[in-house]
Unconditional design. Structure first.
Lengths: 880, 109
């Protein structure tokens, strides 16, 4: 029963502590009174008896303390007392507390947000069964240009048949579907995937509703089936399970909905809404190509098989294929492999880690600033602390108070920071929909634990740094110091100055990194695309293959009529159609040979970016026609056997001859080169490459981008043009309606995002560092009021005082600048791979940052210095 | 009276348990009684007595209740719990063993 007695005791001590306190007083007083009574009985006078009893009793306060120390929950009581004391001290200086809490909140908030992203995107395993066995597979192109080339369907078929390393291999391709409108809904263009029937089983995923594909669905002769994303099902079909086994129309073809995927499922990416079997979707002969690299392949390694073994296995199979087709130089010689997670997030790893490092710097600066503020407070309270030490306040006790104070600050800051982080993560998810695994980003238990750890770390860091300044052995010194009106010792400000220097140094590193990224981004945005970008509008449309068969006249007629009507629209200056506009990406390339040149040696090949374009495209896009002419608009279908090349193509493949009139052989047909146009970039960051253009009116392509130009406000024309398209075919959705400016902005979104965030962090730390400088210097001037007063009274020039104080403040800034510049050299190397057209050690950025920093530091120091120089000596001396 | 003999660490607990086991007693009476019974040799200081009483109470060896004292005032009376009885027996046995052992060593000389 002892545990019961103990428990009762504990509960009593926890909830009736006040009563226990007064009871203890009663008990001790009773003892004292009995002693007095005994003394009186022994013959002492009342007065004498009392004194004797008290003498025997000792220090009653101490006795009470010692007795109380045996009670349970004493630690809690002490903690609460520390908290109360800390809160009271902080409330006495609300300005300081608010500033410190905000600084901590920004630092912790930014870190928690970035950590959430890094953890969710980079560190969390993929949400599939045994994700460590999942890999992405590639071909290594025979010419070594593309070590991670996408895969030809025929190669995949051989891999699947012959490999001994994988329990499953699945193929995934891109597809754009237009979902027909039904029940008053508009047709909609959406992103989908074609895949082999075993994609889900390879990943280890089951549909949330309905069934998975079977091998029987994945044949060209099978009925059309489709799986739907949870989001699409909820949005477009009201989450009604009756949609299962119903028919929807994609590109005008009937598909049976056989299942709905779980809400969390996002593979290959979050934009994919529909999945359909690839062997049904693509023509059978298309799936036999071994040189048409179009697909992604994922595999599940058999247990115990390493990636190296698997890639060797596949390379043998690939090599065999290559050797059987020596006449085809586009067949690869080897395979390549990487873990699926790395494959999905590899591109954003470095930028995310760099941003995380930047937020780490911001937090460090925030901590240094708070430590600095705490040191300032400690210095102002030196007298109080010295007196308490003299009266027997333990040094540990004082340290504990200091830590409690900084713990309170960082806990409040951390709570606020968590809110900030929540908002920041929401914002990030909504602005960066295209980022890999964006759907996985969420604040969870691990993030909460990280926040708590961060809070404790910040508290310890700031608390201990500021405690360094509280040296107990200087007790006498500080009592003397504060008693006299002289200036405090120099040693005391040394710590604060080194903190400031560290702060300035970190700020410089952040500023330079941000400056480099910003400059790189500006370079990127101002790089010459080679075409008009002002007042150009683009929109993507795809004609359903069922009604617009290729090759055939239907798409040609449609495109020709459309262009005629758009060009007739008032305000439209020029219009054209192309597969992909400059800046929209690589899209595709094709092999070719020049008929007039000797045949290439076996195993050698030539290929260049390939585009279908209508005759008016070059004029519409503002791409100059350098020589020759554009396609003849009257030549259609089989007659359209012309080609146009760009200047880079002419330079590379016709270095010393006239390209005009020569013929390009592509597949089996010859095309006469009729024109040479200016170079354009397929991506802003990439130098122009050779491009071959072929006439859209050959009727072999039924999708493309409509571009048109106007002299003003081209966006106003979007609706009229869409109306024309609707009138021509009411079941034809239009997507990606973007001006060239928006399109380029979208394509450089990552760079702009990284640069913007880093600039924001750098600006924040500059502000913090400036505030730190200002605070320290103001404090130093206030401390030295007496000294400055005496100097001025003795005839020191005010300018001299100004200069001295200014120099005092600028010295740590200069130290910090030097240290920061040195550290920046290392940091710049780390981000070099993210820079475009900018040197890692760009002198302009380094110089601009140095000047900015010095200016801001001088401004921050100027006000305190000026105030010091304007001191009235009489006032200053009277203050003593 | 010279400097009071320091009680061997832990012995005070034993003395308190033993004293309280005879009758319910308040702090002053406990100190008085130990002093008397030991022939004025053992002086229990308040500075040790009350922390020890409270510690024993927290540990559940003794319990306390407020009752009227012999002078008519309310006082805190301590008494042994069942667990305290067991503990006293154990400690007593321990003490006997220890003092007998020390006695043997001293007699040898």
């Amino acid at each position: 029963m002892r545990w019961f007695a103990q428990l009762r005791m504990r509960i009593q001590m926890l909830f009736m502590r006040g009563k226990a306190d007064s009871r203890l007083d009663d008990e001790l007083r009773f003892h004292l009174d009995r002693q007095i009574a005994e003394n009186v009985a022994a013959g002492m006078s009342a007065e004498e008896a009392r004194y004797a009893a008290l003498r025997a009793f000792g220090n009653p306060a101490l006795l009470r303390e010692q007795t109380r120390a045996t009670w349970s929950w004493t630690w809690l009581e002490l903690l609460l007392r520390d908290v109360r004391f800390g809160v009271r001290t902080l409330r006495r200086t609300p300005g300081f507390a608010i500033v410190a809490i905000l600084v901590m909140a920004l630092g912790i908030g930014a870190n928690v947000a970035l950590f959430t992203v890094v953890r969710s995107v980079l560190l969390k395993p993929l949400p599939f069964a045994e994700p460590e066995r999942l890999v992405a597979l590639y071909e290594q192109s025979a010419d070594g240009q593309f070590p991670f080339n996408v895969i030809a369907p025929g190669v995949f078929a051989e891999w699947k048949k012959q490999n001994r390393s994988f329990s499953d291999l699945a193929l995934i391709g891109d597809a754009e579907f237009s979902l027909s409108g039904a029940g008053g809904q508009l047709p909609e263009k959406m992103h989908g995937a074609t895949c082999t029937w075993n994609l889900l089983s390879t990943l280890g995923v089951q549909p949330a509703l309905g069934r998975n594909f079977t091998a029987a669905d994945d044949r060209h002769a099978a009925n059309a089936t489709v799986l739907m994303s949870w989001g699409l099902w909820k949005r477009r079909f009201g989450g009604n399970p009756a949609i299962l086994n119903q028919t929807i129309h994609l590109d005008g073809q009937a598909y049976t909905v056989i299942g709905i995927l779980p809400a969390w499922f996002a593979y290959p990416d979050a934009a994919t809404q529909l999945w359909t079997p690839v062997y049904h979707y693509e023509p059978a002969e298309y799936m036999e190509h071994i040189d048409n690299h179009q697909f992604d392949v994922i595999g599940r390694l058999k247990p115990g098989i390493t990636a190296a073994q698997a890639v060797a296995d596949l390379s043998v199979i690939t090599r065999r294929l290559h050797d059987q087709h020596l006449d085809n130089s586009f067949v690869s010689k080897a395979a390549n492999i990487r873990p699926l997670l790395e494959d999905m997030v590899g591109d954003i790893r470095r930028p995310l880690y760099i941003l995380l490092a930047a937020t780490g710097c911001v937090l460090l600066i925030a901590c240094l600033n708070v430590a600095n503020l705490l040191v300032a407070r400690a210095a102002a309270r030196r007298k109080e602390l010295a007196i308490r030490t003299a009266l027997g306040g333990g040094r540990l006790r004082l340290l504990r108070e200091r830590l409690m104070e900084s713990l309170l600050l960082s806990a409040a800051g951390g709570a606020l920071g968590l809110l900030l982080a929540y908002g920041a993560v929401r914002w990030l998810v909504s602005t960066r929909q295209g980022m890999s695994r964006v759907e996985a980003i969420a604040i969870d238990g691990a993030v909460a634990a990280f926040t708590v750890a961060l809070i404790v770390l910040c508290a310890l860091f700031a608390g201990f740094i500021s405690s360094l300044s509280a040296k107990g052995n200087q007790l006498l010194l500080s009592l003397q110091d504060s008693a006299r009106g002289s200036s405090t010792g120099r040693a005391h400000t040394a710590l604060r100055k080194s903190l400031l220097a560290a702060e300035v140094g970190l700020t410089v590193v952040l500023l330079i990194s941000a400056g480099l990224l910003l400059k790189s981004y500006q370079r990127l945005r101002s790089s010459d695309l080679g075409c008009a970008t002002e007042n150009v509008l683009t929109m993507r449309l795809g004609l359903p293959g069922a009604r617009y068969k290729t090759p055939g006249p239907a798409p040609v007629n449609f495109f020709e009529t459309l262009l005629g009507r758009v060009r007739a629209l008032p305000g439209v200056e020029a219009a054209g159609i192309v597969e992909a506009v400059p800046g929209q990406g690589y899209w595709q390339d094709e092999g070719f040979s020049v008929v007039e040149h000797p045949p290439l040696p076996q195993g050698k090949s030539q290929y260049a970016i390939f585009r279908w374009a209508d005759p008016g495209y070059f004029a519409a896009m503002g791409i100059p026609l350098l020589r020759g002419q554009t396609f003849d608009p009257s030549r259609k279908l089989d007659q359209a056997n012309q080609a146009i090349i760009n200047a880079a193509f002419a330079k590379q493949y016709f270095p010393n001859e006239d390209a005009l009139g020569k013929h390009l052989k592509n597949e089996k047909e010859d095309h006469e080169i009729v024109g040479i146009v200016g170079d354009t970039r397929y991506s802003l960051a990439k130098e122009p490459k050779p491009i071959q253009y072929y006439p859209l009116y050959a009727g072999k392509e039924n999708s493309g981008v409509l571009v048109f130009r106007s002299s003003r406000n081209v966006e106003q024309l979007a609706l009229p043009v869409q109306r024309i398209i609707q009138e021509m075919d009411h079941d034809l959705p239009v997507s990606d309606v973007l001006t060239m400016d928006q399109l380029l902005g979208k394509s450089t979104q990552d760079e702009s995002f990284n640069a913007t965030l880093l600039v924001a962090f750098a600006a924040l730390s500059l502000l913090l560092a400036a505030a730190g400088l200002f605070g320290v210097l103001s404090y130093i001037v206030a401390q030295r009021t007496g000294e400055i007063g005496i100097r001025i009274a003795l005839g020191a020039q005010r300018q001299q005082v100004l200069r001295q104080v200014l120099f005092d403040g600028l010295r740590p800034a200069l130290f910090g600048l030097g240290f920061g510049l040195a550290a920046s050299v290392g940091a710049a190397r780390l981000i070099r791979s993210m820079l475009y057209g900018t040197q890692a050690l760009d002198p302009a950025v380094f110089a601009a940052v140095s000047v900015t920093l010095l200016l801001v530091a001088a401004l921050a120091c100027l006000l305190p210095a000026w105030r010091g120089s304007q001191l009235d000596p009489v006032q200053a001396l009277r203050m003593e | 009276m010279g400097k009071p003999n320091d009680l061997v660490q832990g012995t005070l607990d034993l003395l308190i348990l033993k004293t309280v086991s005879l009758a319910d007693m308040h702090g002053w009476a406990i100190a008085k009684r130990i002093q008397q019974v030991s022939g004025e040799v053992l002086q229990v200081q308040q500075g040790s007595l009350y922390p020890a009483l409270h510690r024993l109470e927290q540990q559940g060896w003794i319990k306390a209740k407020w009752a009227e004292s012999e002078t008519g005032r309310q006082a805190k009376f301590y008494s042994l719990t069942a667990a305290g009885h067991a503990q006293l027996d154990k400690e007593t046995a321990n003490w006997n063993r220890l003092s007998a052992a020390i006695g043997l060593v001293m007699d040898e000389a």
